[in-house]
Design a protein around this ligand. Sequence first.
Ligand code: AMP
Length: 250
Amino acid sequence: MKIIKTAADWKFFRASANTPVGFVPTMGALHSGHASLIRRSTSENKTTIASIFINPTQFNNKEDFEKYPTSLDADLDLLEKLNCDYLFLPNYNEIYSDNYRFKLSENSKSKLLCGAHRPGHFDGVLTVVMKLLNIIEPDTCYMGEKDYQQFLLIEEMSKAFFLKSRIVPCETVREADGLAMSSRNLRLTPTGREKAGVINKLLKSDKTLEQIKLELVHLGFYVDYVEEHWGRRFVAATIDNVRLIDNVKI
Ligand code: AMP
């Protein structure tokens, strides 16, 4: 796998890469959820490029950014094993030469759910993904349904700005007890990890939104929301100072 650090270098390799090109943007600390996106891309494209960039502008909480897990050596091993062709590994200055003077925002769906509880989060997400899509110019970009609101906003942004990339949603990969895989799960204590398995079970139950919220609070979660939108039921809840999100189709 070739590691690319600058947009200019990718432009050079992109020119002679076999097409179609599939792209999987990530923030690293890769797990089986990310692996499923890479597998999907390698099965549908001649060239697959992943990116690892912990995007500071989407963190509304400095501590969350500073504590975001990293495991670059293990990530490189996994990507090699998955036959990923390229890794785009830029630094902050490469992505934000403007120091975030320019940003993209959306005024409706981004104000709900995570947007309501993490001010500025989706501005950061949309801005970095727009930059990455403009640099990588993939035919297809693969995104996880675990972050469904993010997928939806990026899909709609791609249409609104006439981007050439197709945005494809991929099913959430889960642990045996139903917990959606997430890089942040690494930060859970054993007790928190055990309780976290309840989130998905409650989401899939026929309990009301209010009942689900009360049960989570009773277990010691701080609950940001349990809400339904776009035919799906969404939750965001924090335990051990770790914010977990999930959603299921209703
Ligand atoms: P992240 O590194 O958390 O920013 O995630 C990078 C991409 O992987 C996003 O499109 C996520 O939605 C996706 N992803 C993260 N966790 C999972 C999972 N458990 N199942 C499927 N996709 C996931």
